[in-house]
Design a protein around this ligand. Structure first.
Ligand SMILES: [Fe+2]
Ligand SMILES: [Fe+2]
Length: 268
């Protein structure tokens, strides 16, 4: 395989976890060697309903999820199982971004492949961490909602960029520092190192989301901040995500002060 869309098709439509991880790393490797073909061929883009997931974990609505109190060993394990699932879905989300939206510059495809590979690394790190706690990915049920935003935005690249990197992933920047603090307090240095590594990479993912959001807006003659507000109001259930927001990291990740003011101010 030498074409990025062939890799994407395989990663999205085959359920095997290990095969997905191996193909993702392989595609990244071929890209870095300058041998990956980024040209969109004639094969049709398959509808998002055909994306396949493994049989396990069983997916459940968030209200049925196990409790994740970080003060107990079971709670810590359940917490990392939830994070493993977020990272696993993030592999799909990165592949789907580059698979579904054609006609963008090469850099777009290179960026989302590198992100898919980083998500695969995050997943593997968390899976190893879980195994050290005698838990495998798939042993517990997982959140069923993470793919909903992908499905909702399958026909609209700007909506996808607004909702996935610039909403879901950006949320990680807001909540992760406080979680890291809890592990610092409990002296769990391994968890701290892991979560810090992921947080650093995630700033980069959100930044790429902001970059490409602005790029597409400019190409379509749209004002990016107004368009972002419009899309969030249209696609985010409840109209607007809740704070508090990590202003410092979100600015690094390409949010403007005006966007953050709008997110923070419930009256705007
Ligand atoms: Fe990640
Ligand atoms: Fe990410």
């Amino acid at each position: 395989m030498k074409n990025i869309f062939e890799f994407a098709e395989a990663c999205l439509h085959r359920a095997s976890i290990d095969e997905k991880l191996a193909l993702t790393h392989q595609a990244r490797h071929i890209l870095e060697n300058g041998e990956l073909n980024l040209v969109s061929d004639d094969r049709p883009v398959l509808p998002i309903a055909l994306v396949r997931f493994p049989d396990k974990p069983i997916l459940q609505a968030p209200r049925h999820m196990p409790k994740r109190k970080l003060s107990t060993a079971e709670g810590v394990a359940a917490f990392f199982h939830a994070i493993a699932h977020v990272e696993f879905m993030a592999i799909y989300l990165a592949w789907d971004m580059l698979y579904r939206f054609r006609g963008m510059p090469d850099q777009f495809y290179q960026d989302w492949l590198r992100i898919a590979d980083e998500e695969a690394q995050h997943f593997e790190l968390i899976r190893d961490h879980l195994q050290a706690m005698n838990l495998n990915y798939g042993d517990l049920p997982a959140h069923s909602g993470l793919w909903d935003h992908a499905r909702d935005t399958a026909a609209d690249l700007l909506a996808r960029l607004a909702m996935v990197p610039r909403c879901m992933e950006a949320r990680g920047l807001d909540v992760t520092p406080a979680i890291i603090d809890k592990f610092v307090q409990s002296g769990d240095n391994e968890s701290v190192a892991l979560l810090n590594r992921i947080l650093t990479d995630e700033v980069g993912h959100v930044e790429r989301g902001s970059y490409w959001f602005k790029f597409v807006c400019n190409r379509q003659g749209l004002e990016p901040e107004a368009k972002y507000r419009l899309l969030i109001e249209q696609y985010y259930q409840g109209g607007k995500p809740k704070g508090p927001f990590n202003r410092e990291m979100r600015i690094i990740a390409g949010f403007s002060n005006a966007e953050l003011d709008w997110l923070e101010n419930t009256n705007l």
